[in-house]
Design a protein around this ligand. Structure first.
Ligand code: KE4
Length: 424
């Protein structure tokens, strides 16, 4: 089984660190060798061993329209004939920015970058430059890319300085990032009471996906919004993953809360390395070349990524397309919970919009600590049972799964029958 993938993996490991270009692809937390894929088509991935998989990872979110969407592909094939990167402004950048603003009206001004990491890193630098303050607050279990100030774990007490969560990150850097527990309103209030005037900004996944899917509790985001307003701290919604996944207007539309800055990525890149940050015009005015917060990028806003984004967002305006993906997510998660109930298995299924995660725990999951009560050994077995039946789920308990607009009722049924066998 997977002979070719295994062979390719051992070859890859000779020159690529861990055989991968992003750690989570290495199957470390589920064991076994990662599958090498050679083609994607609609909701399917095809491995080097010519196995077909129903894909619920979708490149960790971006492929909302499915792989090789015909309209996106057509637009790209035309675009590449005209060159790929000019290093000059092009009207495509304005066109995509206006489309993004159509979905996210809070983005009064926008800057395109090349990854979600860059979007979050830039938004944090901007919050510090705008407020002239040092401290940034993040939440346990939220991931905002791999900039140094984001690779920080909670200090001993949640009100103390953060400490590095990766080798190579300096204590001096980490101590300016404070880490609280997701949904912990009391600690949030306490932190602002003691350090509010020093807090440059708070960055949060308004629907978390990087500890598995975790939703904000009633009042949590509202309290965060009020505190940031009260203390003039910049509220940054990292919607790189949940934007255009929980709602076409992101979590900010779903919960009707307006952040000061928003980070976007994944879906707006249409499968290309393209992301964005933006928000209040008075804050964005601090970004170079207008202001003194520097940020730049050779391929930022390049015509090909813009073309993919334009084709993707234009298509997403098609009435009913996104809603159908939500219906399919609901059908799948409902089918899964019905089957789990019949088996008396302890589980928690968190899902919102087109994102979902199954946790093998009886404990409600609204924070990283609670997510970690899950039985990861059981998850590992479940993952491989599904994979062996041609269902490609996120290879980690602490990641989100995604639905596309092209998964069919038949795909859902096939997934549920594989699920039925997997939980035997
Ligand atoms: P990138 O730099 O990977 O484009 O985006 C970083 C990022 C920022 N914010 C959120 C909310 C994110 O989910 C991400 C990236 N998500 C991971 C999945 N957990 C990407 C997969 C990977 O790291 O390979």
């Amino acid at each position: 089984m997977n002979i070719r993938s295994n062979m390719l993996f051992s070859e890859a490991q000779k020159i690529l660190v861990g055989g991968v270009n992003s750690p989570v692809r290495a199957f470390k937390s589920v064991g076994g060798s990662p599958l090498f894929m050679k083609k994607g088509q609609g909701p399917y991935l095809y491995s080097e061993d010519d196995q077909e998989y129903i894909d619920y990872v979708l490149s960790w979110g971006p492929m909302l329209l499915g792989h090789a969407d015909p309209d996106v592909t057509k637009a790209l094939l035309e675009a590449v004939q005209k060159g790929t990167s000019f290093g000059t402004p092009s009207q495509l950048e304005t066109q995509l920015a206006l489309l993004v603003q159509n979905f996210f009206p809070s983005l009064e001004k926008i800057r395109f970058v090349c990854s979600g990491t860059e979007a979050c890193m830039s938004a944090i630098r901007l919050a510090r430059g705008f407020t002239q303050r040092k401290l940034i607050v993040k939440f346990n279990g939220c991931y905002h890319g791999h900039a140094d100030s984001m690779l920080v774990a909670a200090g001993s007490g949640s009100l103390t300085f953060g400490h590095p969560d990766s080798a190579g990150v300096l204590e001096e850097v980490a101590q300016n990032t404070l880490v609280l527990d997701y949904n912990d309103i009391a600690s949030l209030k306490k932190l602002f009471e003691t350090k509010g005037p020093q807090i440059a900004g708070v960055i949060i996944e308004p629907v978390a996906g990087n500890m598995g899917v975790v939703l904000p509790k009633e009042g949590f985001l509202q309290t965060l919004r009020e505190l940031c307003t009260q203390y003039n701290s910049v509220l940054i919604f990292d919607e790189v993953m949940c934007g255009l996944r929980v709602h076409l207007g992101g979590a900010q539309a779903l919960f009707n809360i307006t952040p000061d800055l928003t980070c976007l990525g994944k879906v707006i890149g249409g499968g290309f390395s393209s992301a964005a940050y933006g928000g209040r015009a008075d804050i964005m005015a601090f970004v170079s070349p207008l202001g003194h917060v520097y940020q730049a990028g050779t391929l930022a806003g390049n015509p090909i990524a813009m073309t993919a984004g334009i084709a993707t967002l234009t298509k997403l305006k098609t009435h009913g397309l996104f809603e159908k993906a939500i219906e399919h997510t609901q059908a799948l998660t409902q089918g899964m919970s019905d089957r789990l109930k019949r088996k008396n298995l302890s589980y928690v299924l968190n899902s919102v919009g087109t994102m979902f995660s199954l946790f093998f725990t009886s404990h409600p999951v609204s924070s990283l600590a609670e997510a970690k009560t899950s039985d990861t050994a059981l998850f590992k077995t479940y993952f491989h049972h599904m994979l062996n039946q041609g269902i490609y789920l996120a290879p980690s308990q602490f990641e989100a799964n995604f639905m596309s607009t092209v998964h069919s009722e038949k795909d859902i049924q096939n997934t549920l029958s594989a699920f039925e066998k997997a939980i035997q």
